[in-house]
Structure formats: C-alpha cells, structure tokens
Design a protein around this ligand. Structure first.
Ligand code: TYD
Length: 396
C-alpha cells in the first residue's frame, strides 16, 4: 500500500529553465503537485504522480555530467574499478549523458543509450549511441545488432524511469548470463539523515534504498548481490545486480547496509512522517534567515542553478525578493531563468563578484569543490548559506 508523507507543493519541471519571462512563456509553464509516498510492502519511496518523461527529457536537456570535475573523476574511477572487477567484453550505459563514463573505455566496446537528442548527438560522434528511451523494444533492437552485454551501467537514471517493470525486463533481455547491472542513485538513507528533501523533484521518481532495490529486482529474475556507499550527489549507493542463477554471492557489506537501513527505519512509515516534520522546519528556518539577511541590506545570490534548487525555491517560495540572481558555470543555463521562481541565471565570471555578501549553496553536493575554489570570497568576508544537513551560515 502506498502512503503519502510529504507534500512539496506546486512545482515546475526541474530542468525547464526559461529563456524568457514574457507573459506568453509564463502562461505555458508546466506545474504539477509534488507529493512523495512510501510503499509499505516493498519500502519504495516515490513521487506519487510522475510527470510524463517526454516532457522532461527533451533536446534541450541542460545537465552535462562532464562539466563537473568531481563527476568526471568519480566516473573515471568507477569505470576503472568496474572493468578490473568484472572484465566485461562489452559495456552499455543507460542514460549515457555526454559520455562522461563511457569515454573511459575503448570505443568499440561500448554502447550508449540516451533519449535527450542534444546529448546523444555529442556521443554519437565517438561511439554507438541509441537516441531513445530505454525499453523492451530498444533492448531487442540492441540484441539484434550486438551481442549480449556483460556490464550494464546506469547512473542517476533508473530512479528517473517510472516503469520499473519495463526497465528491468528490458535489462534482463540484453544482459549476458554472467552479466552484471550496476546502478548508482542518490541514497534514501542520506536524504533522511541530512534532510536533503531537495532530492525530490520530478526526475527523481524514486529515491531508492537498498531494502527497496532488493525487493524490486527480485520480481524480474534478478538478484542484488552487493552495494557500496559513494559520495556523489550528497550520498549515493552503487548497487550490483546479477541474474538469479549467477555465481555472485551476497556480500558482507550488503548485509551490513541492509541492517543499517533497518536501524534507520527505512522500512517504517513513521520514519518518513518524522522526516516530513523536519522538512517543514527547514523551510521556516531558511526563509527566516534570508529575511534577516535582506533586512540588513545584504546582497544574496544562489550558487549553482541545480535541479535540487528548483524544489527548494518553489517549496519555500524563494524568488527575486531574496536572490538577486543565480550563478552557474553551465553555458546553456546562463541567460535563462529558474523554473517557477524566475530568478535570472548568469555566469559566475559576471555575477560572483565583490558585491555579493551571501551565496546560497544550491549545489551543496559540490560543497568541498566550491569552498576550495572560492577561498577569495570567504577571505574577504563573503558567506555561504546551506540548508543541509540544517539551515546555517557556513563558518568555513
Ligand atoms: P548537479 O550537481 O547536477 O545538481 P542537480 O542534479 O540538482 O541539478 O548540478 C550542479 C550545478 O552547479 C551545475 O549546473 C553546475 C553548477 N556548478 C557551478 O555553477 N559551479 C561549480 O563550481 C560547481 C561545482 C557546479
């Protein structure tokens, strides 16, 4: 049974940065109700009514994984480790984005699947890329053209696909008998622990726990045999899944993480009700802090036009009354406006200057990278604000 625990209100599509805020474009801005539910049977946490993927993953999709040094390093290290451990003869990635993971392998060994055509166009020049949504039709097409796949990788993608049945059945189709599916997604346990409610937005149809993934894959003749904690996106998990009769044994760290999750209460609705209370509190605190700063005539901006910020801004109703603008290094976000709250986005070269007193860490998942980069700002008295794990002004 699905039970709702969190209502984040009316939200726009997190990646729908607006090119103009003319009356006409504001009129056509799409909103939906972001309500989060818990399935008491399989412990899966999901968006109650997912948005149609065709509205989300278009040829204007903004996120480019390669733009972050942290992500480039993380994917390179993952590629090396996975290759060493499983020695796959071929590799397929579902949601290959701009090729940040696949480019670490010999090009004849890899297949990319990426429905956002602007991204598929980038990788098509280097390796075979299918510009399609992942489903059974595509899995059959791939099987006809290539051999079965030994290593299927998918980072921050499976949690975006509403139809898990179709997804896992299609994976089963193309996976070799000794093959391994490796999935990375933000961890529910981290979300609960650091109160990062902004991991909930339209694209994150699911925020997985190990408990839920183990229950789900079972239904599709697959088996979770290992899991690993990784640092990306504020705390993620890398799941290792094989076919039912494959040789892989359940690892000790899987047993230990399953136990940890039970201790955290990820199999218990009450945990989520309490979390929802903390989220409401976080909103109150953030708005009151911003009000206080504004009252003292300080200039506040937001650092990183993240999808996560879309949730925070729209839930807390933060707009240009508080933030002058948002800075972001991504070229195709610059000159646009934040979804729903219509704050201008500009380049840090222009916007992150001496006039800024406070910067809200929209990209809090890159806190270390950003604090390292912005030592000058901090030295001259500039301050970062964060809302995870709690609302505060960072002292260092
Ligand atoms: P991302 O981590 O993909 O978060 P989400 O999935 O919530 O969108 O986005 C990080 C954004 O922050 C991306 O648009 C690039 C931007 N960014 C900066 O502007 N400066 C930086 O120093 C870093 C690390 C990121």
């Amino acid at each position: 049974m699905k039970k709702d625990f969190l209502n984040l209100g009316k939200q726009p599509i997190a990646n729908s940065f607006l090119s103009s805020i003319s009356k006409k474009s504001l009129k056509s801005e799409y909103f939906y109700n972001l309500i989060i539910s818990f399935n008491t049977k399989n412990f899966l946490v999901s968006v109650k009514k997912p948005v149609n993927p065709k509205i989300q993953y278009t040829n204007k999709y903004a996120h480019r994984a390669s733009e972050s040094q942290t992500m480039r390093k993380a994917f390179r290290s993952a590629a090396i480790k996975l290759y060493k451990r499983f020695k796959p003869k071929n590799i397929m990635e579902i949601g290959s984005n701009d090729g940040v993971f696949l480019k670490n392998f010999a090009r004849q060994k890899v297949i990319g699947v990426e429905p956002c055509r602007n991204l598929a166009e980038i990788t098509k020049k280097k390796f075979t890329t299918y510009p399609n949504f992942w489903n059974k039709v595509l899995s059959k097409k791939i099987l006809k053209k290539h051999s079965e796949v030994d290593l299927i990788f998918s980072a921050n993608t499976i949690s975006h696909i509403p139809n898990l049945k179709e997804t896992f059945e299609a994976i089963f189709n193309v996976m070799s008998d000794k093959g391994v599916l490796v999935i990375e997604d933000p961890s529910l346990s981290s979300v609960i622990k650091i109160n990062s409610y902004d991991q909930f937005y339209d694209e994150h149809v699911y925020v997985f726990s190990t408990l839920a993934v183990e229950n789900i894959v079972k239904k599709y003749k697959l088996r979770l045999f290992d899991v690993q904690k990784i640092n990306t996106h504020g705390g993620s998990l890398r799941y290792y899944i094989c076919k039912n009769n494959s040789k892989y044994k359940k690892t000790k760290r899987l047993v230990s993480i399953l136990n940890e999750e039970k201790k955290t209460g990820l199999d218990n609705f009450n945990t989520f009700k309490k979390f929802a209370g903390r989220v409401k509190n976080s909103k109150k605190k953030l708005v009151s802090l911003l009000k206080k700063i504004k009252k003292n005539n300080n200039k506040i901006i937001s650092y990183g036009a993240t999808y996560k910020s879309t949730t925070v801004f729209n839930y807390c109703k933060i707009d240009t009354r508080y933030f002058h603008y948002v800075t972001d290094t991504t070229y195709n976000k610059q000159g646009k406006f934040t979804p729903g709250t219509h704050i201008p986005i500009i380049s840090p070269e222009i916007g992150f200057n001496d006039s800024v007193d406070y910067a809200f860490l929209g990209a809090w998942n890159f806190k270390r990278e950003i604090l390292n980069k912005e030592k000058k700002f901090i030295k001259r008295g500039g301050k970062f604000i964060t809302h995870v794990p709690e609302v505060k002004i960072l002292s260092k």
